[in-house]
Design a protein around this ligand. Structure first.
Ligand code: HEC
Length: 123
């Protein structure tokens, strides 16, 4: 039983330290950080908001802006939208007016980004 854990430490730790060295000089603090991160990221949870944020920053930011209220190309202010989650999903999927359809993202990513833009809403 404990052998498994020992092997994980022996194999994973040097790899993680090596990766850290590639991007920045490893100092005493960053090494201990790596160890802390290792314990935290053991089981990465699927976070729909984080996934939605990635989609948003890639495909939506140019028109809707960082906070959803930039309004480029006449994009509607997402902080003031009265659309429900289902209605937002419809607009994102099919597009509307000058907004292009985003069906290519697939249902899961569309749902994630729709949930993410809900966080812009000012209540
Ligand atoms: C080409 C610029 C552009 C891009 C890219 C874009 N939008 Fe839009 N968006 C618009 C415009 C313009 C409207 C207003 C549509 C209309 O006139 O009915 C709009 C409207 C919306 C609405 C409806 C808001 C309301 O209250 O009516 C939602 C929700 C929305 N966009 C979400 C998104 C998401 C999520 C993405 C990324 C997947 C995205 N948009 C990408 C331009 C864009």
């Amino acid at each position: 039983m404990n052998w498994k854990l020992a092997w994980i430490i022996v194999i994973v730790l040097p790899v993680m330290v090596a990766c850290g060295q590639e991007t920045k000089k490893t100092t005493a603090t960053s090494t201990s950080k790596t160890t802390a991160e290792k314990t935290q990221t053991k089981k990465p949870k699927a976070d729909p908001i984080a996934a939605g944020k990635r989609v948003y920053n890639t495909y939506c930011l140019t028109c809707h802006g960082q906070k959803g209220n930039m309004g480029a190309s006449g994009a509607h202010d997402l902080t003031k939208t009265k659309l429900s989650l289902a209605e937002s999903i419809k607009v994102i999927t099919e597009g509307r007016g000058l907004m292009t359809p985003h069906k290519f993202l697939g249902e899961e990513k569309i749902k994630a980004v729709a949930k993410y833009i809900e966080t812009f809403k000012v209540k």
